[in-house]
Design a protein around this ligand. Structure first.
Ligand code: GAR
Length: 203
């Protein structure tokens, strides 16, 4: 089986990276991770990659005076190893329009809310403040606008009485770990097409 080559971009803990690593370890999973790139040298996720022999690269954003030069080096690192799909997994940098345009419908992100609701970095706090009873996660294609782009897959979790940000985040994270590998599988199986800004899944 020819596997889709993934490049995973992280900034921190890397539990979604781990979910992808675990999925890729199953023989019939149609994708493989060929590089993990972090913008932070101390991201814990890097250790997860090293532990299973996946090449890593640190590209520190602090070394760059402008975003596009950083993104050009990220792009070059991805191309060098033949990446076909870029997976943002807790990558806390906005991508430049330039980088997004190099990878049309070839960059995916996971966000810890049911988009388009509760964009940004404090989704769980927003959910609790709004008093909604359902939250969840979204896997979507990346477009230049933050937390927008065609939605591939969503999973719901309940917001329970007494929840705080940590308890809600933990429940959502469990759903993320299911959802992200599943969405990547659908893409790798060529079952996802984007038409008029919407992602459609075949069968
Ligand atoms: C995850 O909850 C992910 O959805 C979120 O950061 C966390 C990363 O955790 N991403 C965003 O908020 C992107 N806007 P992880 O490093 O353990 O995968």
């Amino acid at each position: 089986m020819t596997k889709l080559k993934l490049g995973v971009l992280i900034s921190g803990r890397g539990s979604n990276l781990q979910a992808l690593i675990d999925a890729c370890a199953v023989a019939d999973y149609p994708a493989e991770i060929v590089i993990v790139i972090s913008n932070r040298p101390n991201a814990r996720g890097l250790e997860r990659a090293v532990a299973v022999g996946i090449p890593i690269q640190v590209i520190e954003h602090t070394a760059y005076s402008d975003r596009e030069n950083f993104d050009r080096d990220v792009d070059a690192a991805l191309r060098t190893v033949g990446v076909e799909l870029v997976c943002l997994a807790g990558f806390m940098r906005l991508l430049s329009a330039w980088l997004v345009e190099q990878w049309p419908d070839r960059i995916v992100n996971i966000h810890p809310s049911l988009l388009p609701a509760f964009k940004g970095t404090d989704s769980h706090a927003q959910v609790l403040a709004a008093g909604v009873e359902v939250s969840g996660c979204t896997v979507h294609f990346v477009v230049p606008e933050m937390d927008a782009g065609p939605i591939i897959l969503q999973a719901e979790v309940p917001v329970l009485p007494g929840d705080d940000e940590d308890s809600l985040a933990a429940r959502v994270l469990t759903a993320e770990h299911q959802c992200y590998p599943h969405a990547v599988r659908l893409i790798a199986e060529n079952r996802v097409t984007v038409t008029d800004g919407r992602a459609v899944i075949a069968n």
